[in-house]
Design a protein around this ligand. Structure first.
Ligand code: ZN
Length: 198
Protein backbone atom coordinates (compact mmCIF):
# COMPACT_ATOMS: atom_id res chain seq x y z
CA UNK A 1 0.00 0.00 0.00
CA UNK A 2 1.25 3.44 -0.92
CA UNK A 3 1.62 5.69 2.08
CA UNK A 4 1.58 8.88 0.03
CA UNK A 5 -0.20 10.09 -3.06
CA UNK A 6 1.18 9.01 -6.41
CA UNK A 7 2.23 12.57 -7.17
CA UNK A 8 4.27 12.82 -3.99
CA UNK A 9 5.90 9.48 -4.69
CA UNK A 10 6.86 10.67 -8.14
CA UNK A 11 8.27 13.90 -6.76
CA UNK A 12 10.30 11.99 -4.13
CA UNK A 13 11.61 9.69 -6.83
CA UNK A 14 12.72 12.61 -9.04
CA UNK A 15 14.40 14.41 -6.13
CA UNK A 16 16.21 11.33 -4.86
CA UNK A 17 17.84 11.03 -8.28
CA UNK A 18 19.78 14.26 -7.60
CA UNK A 19 23.38 14.01 -6.34
CA UNK A 20 23.71 13.96 -2.57
CA UNK A 21 19.97 13.54 -2.01
CA UNK A 22 19.05 10.29 -0.30
CA UNK A 23 15.52 9.04 0.14
CA UNK A 24 15.01 10.81 3.48
CA UNK A 25 16.15 14.19 2.15
CA UNK A 26 14.02 13.67 -0.94
CA UNK A 27 10.97 13.10 1.26
CA UNK A 28 11.73 16.18 3.32
CA UNK A 29 12.17 18.32 0.20
CA UNK A 30 9.01 16.94 -1.40
CA UNK A 31 6.88 17.82 1.64
CA UNK A 32 8.55 21.21 1.84
CA UNK A 33 7.72 21.90 -1.81
CA UNK A 34 4.10 20.86 -1.35
CA UNK A 35 3.76 23.24 1.60
CA UNK A 36 5.37 26.16 -0.22
CA UNK A 37 3.14 28.94 -1.64
CA UNK A 38 2.27 28.22 -5.28
CA UNK A 39 4.09 31.38 -6.49
CA UNK A 40 7.36 30.20 -5.01
CA UNK A 41 7.05 26.76 -6.57
CA UNK A 42 6.27 28.48 -9.90
CA UNK A 43 9.34 30.67 -9.53
CA UNK A 44 11.58 27.72 -8.67
CA UNK A 45 10.34 25.68 -11.63
CA UNK A 46 10.71 28.67 -13.96
CA UNK A 47 14.24 29.42 -12.70
CA UNK A 48 15.26 25.81 -13.29
CA UNK A 49 13.88 25.83 -16.83
CA UNK A 50 15.47 29.19 -17.65
CA UNK A 51 18.84 28.05 -16.37
CA UNK A 52 18.56 24.84 -18.37
CA UNK A 53 17.65 26.74 -21.54
CA UNK A 54 20.18 29.53 -21.25
CA UNK A 55 23.28 28.07 -19.67
CA UNK A 56 25.78 26.64 -22.13
CA UNK A 57 29.44 25.74 -22.43
CA UNK A 58 31.90 28.54 -23.13
CA UNK A 59 33.14 27.93 -26.67
CA UNK A 60 36.75 28.24 -25.52
CA UNK A 61 37.11 26.77 -22.02
CA UNK A 62 33.82 24.84 -21.69
CA UNK A 63 32.86 26.31 -18.36
CA UNK A 64 29.16 27.03 -17.85
CA UNK A 65 28.10 30.49 -18.98
CA UNK A 66 25.12 32.48 -20.28
CA UNK A 67 27.17 33.82 -23.19
CA UNK A 68 29.07 32.31 -26.08
CA UNK A 69 32.36 33.12 -24.38
CA UNK A 70 32.70 33.26 -20.58
CA UNK A 71 33.93 36.44 -18.84
CA UNK A 72 37.40 34.93 -18.19
CA UNK A 73 37.99 33.95 -21.83
CA UNK A 74 36.50 37.24 -23.06
CA UNK A 75 38.93 39.22 -20.88
CA UNK A 76 41.85 40.41 -23.04
CA UNK A 77 43.78 41.23 -19.86
CA UNK A 78 44.11 37.53 -18.99
CA UNK A 79 47.10 35.47 -20.07
CA UNK A 80 45.58 33.29 -22.82
CA UNK A 81 48.82 31.34 -23.22
CA UNK A 82 48.54 29.72 -19.79
CA UNK A 83 45.73 27.19 -19.47
CA UNK A 84 44.75 25.61 -16.14
CA UNK A 85 42.93 22.31 -16.58
CA UNK A 86 40.24 21.63 -13.96
CA UNK A 87 37.67 18.87 -13.57
CA UNK A 88 34.59 21.05 -13.24
CA UNK A 89 33.23 24.59 -13.15
CA UNK A 90 33.23 24.57 -9.33
CA UNK A 91 37.01 24.09 -9.32
CA UNK A 92 37.33 27.02 -11.71
CA UNK A 93 35.26 29.13 -9.34
CA UNK A 94 37.51 28.15 -6.41
CA UNK A 95 40.62 29.38 -8.25
CA UNK A 96 38.84 32.51 -9.49
CA UNK A 97 37.94 33.35 -5.91
CA UNK A 98 41.64 33.65 -5.03
CA UNK A 99 41.87 36.48 -7.59
CA UNK A 100 45.55 35.62 -8.07
CA UNK A 101 45.47 33.47 -11.19
CA UNK A 102 45.85 35.49 -14.39
CA UNK A 103 45.67 32.69 -16.98
CA UNK A 104 42.64 31.03 -18.51
CA UNK A 105 41.04 27.63 -17.82
CA UNK A 106 39.91 24.45 -19.48
CA UNK A 107 37.03 22.56 -17.87
CA UNK A 108 37.08 18.80 -18.49
CA UNK A 109 33.65 18.07 -16.99
CA UNK A 110 34.86 14.95 -15.25
CA UNK A 111 37.92 12.78 -14.84
CA UNK A 112 39.04 9.51 -16.35
CA UNK A 113 37.78 6.60 -14.26
CA UNK A 114 38.16 3.07 -15.59
CA UNK A 115 36.08 1.85 -12.64
CA UNK A 116 33.11 4.03 -13.58
CA UNK A 117 33.67 3.42 -17.27
CA UNK A 118 34.62 7.06 -17.94
CA UNK A 119 37.24 7.19 -20.66
CA UNK A 120 39.22 10.01 -22.33
CA UNK A 121 36.44 10.51 -24.89
CA UNK A 122 33.88 11.15 -22.18
CA UNK A 123 35.57 14.35 -20.97
CA UNK A 124 36.55 17.53 -22.85
CA UNK A 125 40.03 16.30 -23.71
CA UNK A 126 39.87 16.51 -27.50
CA UNK A 127 38.80 20.10 -27.04
CA UNK A 128 41.87 20.79 -24.90
CA UNK A 129 44.17 19.35 -27.54
CA UNK A 130 42.46 21.54 -30.15
CA UNK A 131 43.25 24.61 -28.08
CA UNK A 132 46.94 23.74 -28.23
CA UNK A 133 46.85 24.57 -31.93
CA UNK A 134 46.98 28.20 -30.78
CA UNK A 135 50.05 29.54 -29.06
CA UNK A 136 50.14 28.06 -25.55
CA UNK A 137 53.17 28.23 -23.29
CA UNK A 138 51.98 26.25 -20.27
CA UNK A 139 49.25 23.81 -19.33
CA UNK A 140 48.76 23.58 -15.56
CA UNK A 141 46.97 20.40 -14.59
CA UNK A 142 44.81 21.10 -11.55
CA UNK A 143 42.68 17.96 -11.44
CA UNK A 144 41.87 16.62 -7.96
CA UNK A 145 44.39 14.50 -6.09
CA UNK A 146 41.99 11.54 -6.15
CA UNK A 147 42.88 8.38 -8.09
CA UNK A 148 40.76 9.62 -11.01
CA UNK A 149 42.36 13.07 -10.89
CA UNK A 150 45.88 11.61 -10.91
CA UNK A 151 45.05 9.18 -13.71
CA UNK A 152 43.68 12.07 -15.75
CA UNK A 153 46.75 14.22 -15.04
CA UNK A 154 49.10 11.45 -16.20
CA UNK A 155 47.04 10.84 -19.32
CA UNK A 156 46.97 14.52 -20.27
CA UNK A 157 50.69 15.00 -19.67
CA UNK A 158 51.50 12.03 -21.94
CA UNK A 159 49.31 13.54 -24.67
CA UNK A 160 50.75 17.04 -24.42
CA UNK A 161 54.45 16.32 -23.90
CA UNK A 162 55.18 15.45 -27.55
CA UNK A 163 53.78 18.86 -28.58
CA UNK A 164 56.57 20.60 -26.68
CA UNK A 165 54.17 22.68 -24.54
CA UNK A 166 55.25 22.94 -20.91
CA UNK A 167 53.06 20.76 -18.66
CA UNK A 168 52.94 21.26 -14.90
CA UNK A 169 50.95 19.70 -12.04
CA UNK A 170 49.77 21.65 -9.00
CA UNK A 171 51.58 20.65 -5.80
CA UNK A 172 50.03 17.89 -3.77
CA UNK A 173 49.65 19.99 -0.63
CA UNK A 174 46.03 19.43 -1.44
CA UNK A 175 44.52 16.70 0.77
CA UNK A 176 44.18 13.37 -1.02
CA UNK A 177 40.74 12.91 -2.49
CA UNK A 178 39.86 16.45 -1.49
CA UNK A 179 37.67 18.34 -3.89
CA UNK A 180 39.36 21.56 -4.96
CA UNK A 181 36.24 23.56 -4.19
CA UNK A 182 36.49 22.78 -0.46
CA UNK A 183 40.09 23.83 -0.10
CA UNK A 184 40.89 27.27 1.27
CA UNK A 185 42.44 29.95 -0.90
CA UNK A 186 45.85 29.90 0.78
CA UNK A 187 46.22 26.16 0.14
CA UNK A 188 45.08 26.60 -3.46
CA UNK A 189 47.63 29.35 -4.09
CA UNK A 190 50.39 27.32 -2.44
CA UNK A 191 49.48 24.36 -4.67
CA UNK A 192 49.63 26.60 -7.73
CA UNK A 193 52.92 28.25 -6.80
CA UNK A 194 54.50 24.91 -5.90
CA UNK A 195 53.54 23.27 -9.19
CA UNK A 196 56.09 20.94 -10.71
CA UNK A 197 57.07 19.93 -14.23
CA UNK A 198 55.53 16.71 -15.51
ZN1 ZN B 1 35.68 30.40 -21.14
Amino acid sequence: MDLFSGHINKLIEELSGLPGIGNKSAQRLAFHLINMPKERVDRLAKTMMEAKENVRYCQECFTLTDRETCPVCANAGRDHKTIMVVENARDLAAYEKTGKYAGVYHVLHGAISPMLGIGPNDIKLKELMQRLQNEVKEVIIATNSSLEGETTAMYISKLIKPTGVRVTRIASGVPVGGDLEYIDEVTLLRALEGRTEL
